[in-house]
Design a protein around this ligand. Sequence first.
Ligand code: FES
Length: 97
Amino acid sequence: MGGLLFRVAEQNRATLVFHLDGVACSALEGDTVLTAVLAHQTRLRTSEFDGMPRAGFCMMGACQDCWIWLETGERIRACTTLVGAGMRLCSYAGAVA
Ligand code: FES
C-alpha cells in the first residue's frame, strides 16, 4: 500500500508493529501516529462532516485536524502521540466498539 510520506533519512531505528483498521503495519520507534499511518496510506481518516480525506495540517498539535481513534474508542491526536507496539488504531469513528 503506498503512503503519503516517504522516508528519505533516519531509517535505522527499531521497527514495531501496530494495527490500522485491523491490518498489521510496521513503524519505526519514535514515529508519531501521524507519520506511522501516512507512511502506509494517503489519508489519516475521513472527515465526519463532508466525507473528504484528512491527513493533518499543522503537524504540531495546533489545528486539531489529525484525530484518529483507538479501538477502545478513545480519540487521540495523531501528530502529538507516539505510535506504540501493539497499538490498535481505527481511521473512522464507526469502527470502534
Ligand atoms: S496536524 Fe494539526 S493538530 Fe495534528
